[in-house]
Design a protein around this ligand. Structure first.
Ligand code: PLP
Length: 383
């Protein structure tokens, strides 16, 4: 395919470094919770301005651990309706009842006013998700809301490695933040996740929960209902190599995003609003569809005739319409959430990764313009 939806690449130097670290792990037999993982945690904490970083097996387990440490069991957790399944599933696995909040069609972030209307005496936490890597300005209102109601703010920063708002890193606005190293993420680890927090209790609990709830690595006393949520040394080695390239990756993504911004403005397409004081890592480059254009048809046309694969949506089905959550939402009287439903239906994600050439980025926009006009959309001009 000329422009695939994603390209996951490692430089020969990084591959050599990772292989040497895996070789050392095999030589010493320290294959999990070892020195590479510790190095990764230390560097991740510094890069994200957090006191602690705890490496775990996935972004999902990172979030579940935070919510377990916050004792949400038997209480309510508010989640945005436009997010990945795992955000909500982690809260349910931690024993919470879900409340689904609407989302803002400008930034895709949780709608603060709607979230406020869902707070009850049973609310333990609100989870904010930085969709596409964007920390929306409403994060400050959300912090205020949580403070006023004595509710924990938790960040699902699975998309937001290295992103910030007013110089503050994603993951540090609430009590703790979770990150994912799934292969398509800005930092690809194969599998893996990270918890960051300034809170000593959460960091201690996270280390207990990730290792089968054991009070310490060597003792066999299980003080919490933990799980095998450890990160292996080979995974830590891959993630560490990627972390050391994070600024380079973000620079490349931002340069391409600026190119997309200019070209899309010329053809009159609206993109997610990135505030001037937000530093977005552009995990996703999100474009809103003109009225009347059907996404499936557009994707098919781009694939079949232009050899372009669009990146996956964030997201195409809101949580309250997911079969597994719909009965719960209905029981709470939540049938439609206009903002989230519109967002899910009306956006696409352009291919964006560090190895995408400027020529291919221009080709994507030109092809998009042609495809849209063929599907009947009014496009301002086609270059
Ligand atoms: C918003 C969001 N939350 C949580 C997750 C779960 O991360 P993982 O796949 O590492 O468990 C993802 C990953 O796809 C995600 O996009």
């Amino acid at each position: 395919m000329r422009v695939p939806p994603a390209r996951i690449q490692f430089s020969p130097e990084d591959r050599a470094t990772v292989l040497a670290q895996i070789d050392r792990a095999m030589e010493t037999g320290q294959l999990t919770l070892g020195p590479v993982g510790k190095e990764l945690e230390a560097e991740f904490a510094v890069r994200h301005n957090a006191k602690h970083a705890v490496a775990v097996s996935s972004g999902t387990s990172a979030l579940e651990i935070i919510l377990r440490a916050l004792a949400v069991d038997g209480r309510e957790v508010i989640v945005p309706a436009n997010t990945f399944f795992a955000t909500a599933a982690a809260a349910m696995h931690a024993g919470a009842t879900l409340k689904f909040a609407d989302c803002d069609p400008e930034t895709m972030a949780i709608d603060v006013q709607h979230a406020a209307s869902l707070i009850t005496s049973q609310t333990a936490a609100i989870v904010v998700v930085h969709i596409g890597g964007l920390v929306a300005p409403s994060i400050e209102a959300l912090q205020g809301l949580c403070r006023d109601h004595d509710v924990h703010l938790v960040e699902d920063a699975a998309h937001a490695h290295g992103s910030s708002f007013r110089g503050r890193s994603a993951g540090t606005f609430g009590i703790a933040g979770s990150f994912s190293f799934y292969p398509t993420k800005v930092i690809a680890g194969g599998e893996g996740g990270m918890i960051i927090t300034d809170d000593d209790m959460i960091a201690d609990e996270a280390r207990i929960y990730r290792d089968q709830g054991k009070g310490s690595f060597l003792a066999n006393f299980h003080t919490r209902l933990g799980h095998n949520w450890r990160m292996s040394e080979p995974h830590a080695a891959i993630v560490l190599a990627q972390l050391r390239r994070l600024d380079e990756f973000i620079d490349a993504r931002q340069a391409l995003a600026r190119r997309y911004d200019a070209a899309l403005a010329e053809i009159g397409l609206r993109t997610v609003h990135v505030a001037a004081n937000a530093n977005c890592n552009y995990y996703k480059y999100i474009v809103f569809l003109p009225d009347g254009v059907e996404r499936t048809e557009l994707k098919q046309l781009l694939r079949d005739e232009f050899d372009i694969g669009l990146s996956g949506e964030v997201y195409d089905t809101p949580l309250h319409h997911q079969p597994v959550f719909a009965p719960m939402a209905e029981a709470q009287g939540i049938v439609n959430l206009a903002g989230a439903e519109w967002l899910c239906a009306r956006h696409i994600c352009l291919p964006l990764y560090p190895s995408l050439s400027e020529i291919d980025a221009d080709y994507v926009v030109a092809s998009l313009a042609t495809a849209l006009s063929r599907l009947g959309a009014e496009i301002v001009s086609i270059r």
